[in-house]
Design a protein around this ligand. Sequence first.
Ligand SMILES: [Zn+2]
Length: 137
Amino acid sequence: MIRIPHAIHDDLIDHARSGFPLEVCGILGGTDSTVSAIYRMTNTDASNEHFMMEPREQFSVVKELRAKGISILAIYHSHPESPARPSEEDIRLALTPGVSSLIVSLQDADHPVIRSYRIVEGVVTPEEIVIVKTESS
Ligand SMILES: [Zn+2]
């Protein structure tokens, strides 16, 4: 299970829409299973079918999270025109056990779909997403 505050959930959709028709990607940080931070990353592939996080950006986010004492809970990316299911490449490239793979699908532009998966050695397990009400909203 991964818990995502409402505001970050909205931000994920906003990021995916702002990058359309290309894939966007980023990192969700937090503690235990609760997300508390979102980092938009540059997709150096600039593609509508795959993504690669900019390595220096990724490095500085990892450093910042460590300084804050929070961990990477998920790596997210968008699927501008396909369902919120991991592609064969997503499965092959999911190299970090313990980190969720979150996909934002804009296939139905009016109804974005967000799904989370655990991918370990090629085995894909869907993970429940719980949207947490943001305190200030
Ligand atoms: Zn993908």
